[in-house]
Design a protein around this ligand. Structure first.
Ligand SMILES: Cc1cc2nc3c(=O)[nH]c(=O)nc-3n(C[C@H](O)[C@H](O)[C@H](O)COP(=O)(O)O)c2cc1C
Length: 364
């Protein structure tokens, strides 16, 4: 592959797979493995893709496209197209501007940006560099005061919603980066968390389980979610919902939405693909409750399939890092544009002029 000038789109990038191919050439092997890898044997990672590929589409011809609609109001935001970027931490790992570039790309693409707790820039710095709508992704902290302080900071900085990620109380078994000898470089920091006191060390006896007595002792429960619900008026969404009963519980606890996600196959290997889980969550929650999904969305036709099976919108994870690697903010904006156009082509060829036309009957 020919080297290309930084922050420019190399020739021959026509879809998201092309971005991944170029990024793979550019990134150190360990960094690529850290991003691309799943957990365990990669079964869930693989099914996130193959489950999309197994679905076939129905087409209707001669439909009236005089008033096409790809926008909707979602949690008070005018979402121009049903595609957002998933929260992804440590983005300076692949590009010096990291989240600042990604947020800028979102702004010019009319796409809300979800800043991760583990961003390499603080949520305040990201807000200073972006005039677009921002959401904050919260990883629960061992001390409630710190969790609440993160939410207060997001409120003060004008973030519009909080996405609480609940599927990784412990990190999944990530063999690929381990085998590639990857370690997070020391200069890549968790900018939002610097300045807080480190959590008090738990003294474990040799018979204690590091997992149960260590990590899980600090993991949030539904009681914590109920407590946080009392603390803020911002819309709260739970990310990492795989079971319809947990979706139902999220609604009972007065959350405003859920994200059906298996963390891109990085949490528990053996969970079904997100697109396989989605229909049951939608059936349980009914038509009106906001449901987003992520995991394996790589084409406009995948977005279409997710909408047909009940998602209001999809989130894109790894491809944003690959586009950022290859061409910075321009690459991420280009990637979003490619996906949006692919979705529009799919709608046109399937005979669906508006989002409301996309339903389960569009799946063969
Ligand atoms: C390198 C990397 C870092 C991630 N960091 C976060 C994070 O900080 N917070 C979070 O909620 N999810 C995080 N995720 C998960 C994504 O939000 C998303 O669920 C997943 O990537 C979607 O799958 P996809 O990559 O197949 O699109 C991360 C994923 C990757 C690949």
């Amino acid at each position: 592959m020919q080297p290309h000038p930084p922050n420019s789109i190399p020739p021959g990038v026509f879809n998201l797979e092309d971005y991944e191919r170029h990024a793979r050439e550019q990134l150190p092997h360990g960094v690529y493995e850290y991003i691309a890898g799943g957990c365990g044997s990669g079964i869930t990672l693989e099914s996130n893709r193959s489950a999309f590929d197994r679905l076939r589409l129905c087409t209707r011809v001669l439909q009236d496209f005089s008033a096409p609609v790809t926008h909707q109001t979602l949690l008070g935001i005018d979402l121009k197209h049903p595609i957002m970027l998933a929260p992804v931490g440590h983005q300076t790992l692949v590009h010096p501007e990291g989240e600042l570039a990604t947020a800028q790309a979102c702004e010019i693409s009319d796409t809300p940006f979800i800043a991760s707790t583990l961003s390499s820039h603080t949520l305040e710095t990201i807000e200073e560099h972006s005039d677009g709508p921002l959401w904050f992704q919260l990883y629960w902290q061992p001390a409630r005061e710190i969790t609440l302080d993160l939410v207060r900071r997001a409120e003060r900085a004008g973030y519009l919603a909080i996405v609480i990620t609940v599927d990784t109380p412990v990190t999944g078994l990530r063999y690929r980066p381990q085998r590639a000898g990857f370690a997070m470089p020391p200069e890549i920091c968790d900018a939002n968390l610097t300045g807080y006191d480190a959590p008090a060390l738990r003294l474990l006896s040799q018979h204690d389980s590091v997992i149960f007595s260590g990590f899980m002792a600090d993991a949030p429960t539904w009681e914590d979610i109920a407590w946080l619900r009392q603390q803020t008026d911002l819309p709260l969404l739970l990310k990492g919902i795989c079971h319809p009963a947990d979706g139902e519980k999220a609604r009972q606890y007065e959350l405003q939405g859920v994200i059906v996600s298996n963390h891109g196959g990085r949490s528990l290997d053996g969970i079904p693909a997100s697109i396989e889980l989605l229909p049951q969550v939608r059936r349980t929650l009914g038509g009106d409750f906001p449901i987003l999904m992520d995991g394996g969305v790589r084409r406009g036709s995948d977005v279409f399939k997710a909408l047909a099976l009940g998602a209001n919108a999809v989130l894109i994870g790894r491809p944003q890092l690959f586009a950022l690697t290859v061409a910075g903010a321009l690459g991420v904006a280009h990637m979003l544009r490619l996906l949006k156009e692919e979705l529009e082509i799919t709608m046109a060829l399937a005979g669906c002029p508006t989002l409301n036309h996309i339903n389960q009957h569009c799946i063969y």
